[in-house]
Design a binder for this molecule. Structure first.
Ligand SMILES: [Zn+2]
Length: 608
């Protein structure tokens, strides 16, 4: 941060050494910018969760889950996996059905049993959030399915995350298997247990309707899941990066080609980097779309989850016209921002006729004086008239005001970096481990609805005190908060624009488990499982240098992610930019995204 004063010669030397060593020794007082105004900021909210996109607890379980799945698949192949059918309960056959849901509606069914049963709820939240783009969503444990429900909804998605067999009896009622087979309504089946459907309805009947044989389809080929690292969809090459040992594989469907079988459409194709072999990643026949893996972990901005995000249109909004919009917001603007830089950004974007977001932190604080010679410093917007003047200039030149936390830091401690506004988490605790990874530690001890509301109230008051309008959009600092906090934000703003964490307990109604969550971002606006409109951020941001094991992210990387997101038929390329960087990389990014055919729009347009 070249504009900050109080940078000691010692810290400059330390930073220079760190830079020469190719890493960052970011500790109190150690600025890392020398020639360029670059400072490693933990801007990748989701990635901070860990590459797995789920909490640390769940990441450990993913490894055990993958091993258990593959062991079960070996047994199933050798015909030694005994699967105990779900009990036929009276309720399952006689329960009166509710009236069909009005408008576009989705039913999301998920597994809950077995040693990793809770993962089912995490995945169900991911599906429910995406389905929330299209209309109403009803989520249920699959064990609660009753006869006829498939007919009550526009489309149904089942996520097979518990591999039933052995000591884990099948929890899927036979009625679900039979209804899928009998229905013409679209059903998307992800992952496990499709073989149990075929066994229940009869393999010949399944083959006659769908043209493939799940009972002869497996995750491994030649005893290995291989190294499937690419999925091709609508001519876009999507990535798939799952560490060795964590990969449960992609089901290789045994497609039948003889006369009399219906045609199976390959929707997306997986490629194994080990030998170049290709196999279907997702297929469709009849009313059944089958996706060969659960695509919500190890997600990146160019990831194969994009296939699923687009496939949902087929079942829920098949008439959707192709449309590609882009959005940019300027991030981490605080009372200590440089007003000249802000005006430069405004002049460029206004000149391009781009409506953009400005994400403002209304109070800057540096409680330990990390950037102020050891002297604590706090500055509110009202105490920074030149910044306020620049913000008003921006608002009259295409900007939409957004609220990015109250102080964007926590207490007077490193969380994880400096305790200074813009550097640290505000609503979540985190530390940097010995391997230079940012580790999420969960909500602060005092986290509560009241605590979060008090910070929101203070933030809004600071805007008012500075004579600025009330922001109606919110972005959580570093994209991390508790379930209770997210609900508070939802009550105070018309929408959140961000990536989010979704905690176990949200769907089930059980107490929220702060150690079990999934992180997710969206290529379009959704109504999420917290009941809030969430506007998309799916491209990330410009980061000229690597930090905390995240690679640098340059304009070409942002543009490449925007390109693969063209696979989403009505999707958005939404990114953010720090105005303390030079305007040139922003120009490159905007030009590149526009050249792909995207049209820039304002944040409130994203919900239409
Ligand atoms: Zn921020």
């Amino acid at each position: 941060m070249r504009k900050r004063s109080g940078l000691s010669r010692v810290s400059l030397v330390l930073a220079l050494i760190a830079a020469l060593l190719g890493g960052f020794a970011l500790s109190a007082g150690a600025e890392t910018s020398i020639a360029a105004p670059v400072k490693p900021r933990p801007s990748y909210g989701l990635k901070g969760v860990g590459a797995a996109s789920v909490s640390g607890t769940a990441t450990n379980d993913l490894k055990a889950w993958a091993a258990a799945r593959l062991a079960n698949d070996v047994k199933r192949r050798s015909r030694t996996l005994a699967i105990t059918p779900a009990p036929v309960t009276k309720a399952a056959t006689t329960q009166a059905l509710a009236a069909p849901a009005p408008g576009t509606s989705a039913l999301v069914l998920y597994d809950t049993t077995g040693p990793y049963g809770y993962l089912g709820e995490l995945y169900a939240m991911a599906v429910a959030n995406l389905a929330g783009h299209f209309g109403t969503v009803t989520s249920k444990p699959v064990s609660a399915y009753t006869k006829g429900m498939v007919e009550q909804y526009t489309a149904t998605v089942y996520i097979g995350s518990t591999y039933y067999g052995g000591t884990v009896p099948d929890a899927i009622p036979a009625a679900f298997y039979q209804d899928v087979q009998a229905s013409s309504r679209p059903v998307t089946w992800i992952g496990d247990n499709i073989w149990s459907m075929a066994n229940t309805v009869g393999i010949p009947a399944f083959e006659q309707k769908y043209g493939w044989d799940p009972t002869n389809s497996y995750y491994e080929v030649g005893g290995s899941v291989g190294n499937i690292n690419q999925v091709t969809y609508k001519s876009q090459q999507l990535t798939r990066k799952i560490p060795t040992g964590y990969d449960g594989g992609v089901l290789h469907p045994a497609i039948l080609t003889g006369a009399g079988y219906p045609q199976v459409t390959q929707l997306a194709e997986a490629t194994d980097a080990n030998n170049g072999a290709t196999s279907p990643w997702a297929i469709r026949s009849g009313n059944l779309t089958y996706v060969g893996e659960i695509p919500f972990t190890y997600v990146s901005e160019s990831d194969r989850v994009i296939v699923f995000e687009d496939l949902l249109f087929d079942g829920l909004a098949p008439q959707t016209a192709e449309r590609h919009r882009a959005f940019v917001r300027l991030e981490d603007i605080s009372p200590k921002s440089d007003p000249t830089q802000l005006r430069t950004m405004a002049d460029y974007l206004y000149g391009q006729k781009i409506t953009y977001g400005i994400n403002v932190i209304p109070v800057y604080t540096d409680p330990k004086g990390v950037y102020n010679n050891g002297k604590a410093e706090t500055v509110s917007l009202a105490q920074a008239p030149q910044v306020v003047s620049a913000l008003k200039y921006m608002l009259s030149h295409g900007a939409v005001l957004m609220n990015h936390g109250f102080t964007h830091q926590y207490s007077n401690v490193n969380n994880p970096y400096t305790g200074v506004t813009g550097d640290d988490f505000e609503f979540f605790r985190a530390h940097v481990d010995a391997s230079d990874n940012v580790i999420y530690d969960g909500p602060p001890a005092e986290d509560s609805t009241v605590w979060a509301q008090s910070r929101v109230t203070s933030a809004l008051a600071a805007f008012t005190a500075a004579g600025l309008p009330k922001p109606t959009l919110w972005t959580t600092p570093h994209y991390a908060a508790s379930a209770a906090d997210y609900k508070v934000f939802g009550q105070n703003y018309s929408a959140r624009l961000e990536r989010s964490l979704y905690f176990a307990g949200t769907l089930s109604g059980q107490p929220v488990n702060a150690g079990r969550y999934i992180g997710q971002f969206f290529p379009y606006a959704v109504k999420d499982v917290y009941g809030t409109t969430v506007l998309p951020e799916n491209i990330g941001n410009y980061e000229p240098l690597p930090y905390n094991n995240h690679p640098a992210r340059l304009p070409a990387d942002l543009i490449a992610s925007a390109k693969v997101n063209l696979a989403v038929r009505d999707g958005v390329a939404s990114f953010f930019y720090h105005p303390y960087y030079d305007v040139a990389p922003l120009q490159q990014t905007v030009d590149g995204i526009r050249a792909l055919g995207y049209t820039f729009v304002g944040p409130t347009d994203l919900n239409q």
